[in-house]
Design a protein around this ligand. Sequence first.
Ligand code: FES
Length: 118
Amino acid sequence: MFSWNENPQNERIENMAKVTFVTESGEEITENDGTSNLMEIARQNDVDGIIGACGGVCSCATCHVRVKSEWLERVGRAGEDEQDLLELEDRADERSRLSCQIEMTDELDGLVVEVVPL
Ligand code: FES
């Protein structure tokens, strides 16, 4: 029987890239199960304000986040389809992305995004 620190599976999770979601109420939720896109990670961890109604096919915008300015270059800008959808959002700005379109990678370890609920 492994303790938390001795379990190789837990050690693997501990070493995964971390992302912090800042909800509209100011709550900060940091997760390190960086194996999928940000919308999936948020949903798996019940982050308030991320719905992901379309399942991640870039057609609903219920996964809207704003990337912290210092991360914009590394995360990259929205693609054409994503940008078209964001243009319909009243609360979108130059930092807006759809979290289903951001794959979590080791390069994004420490990423901070603000949740923008509908
Ligand atoms: Fe629908 Fe991201 S989950 S656009």
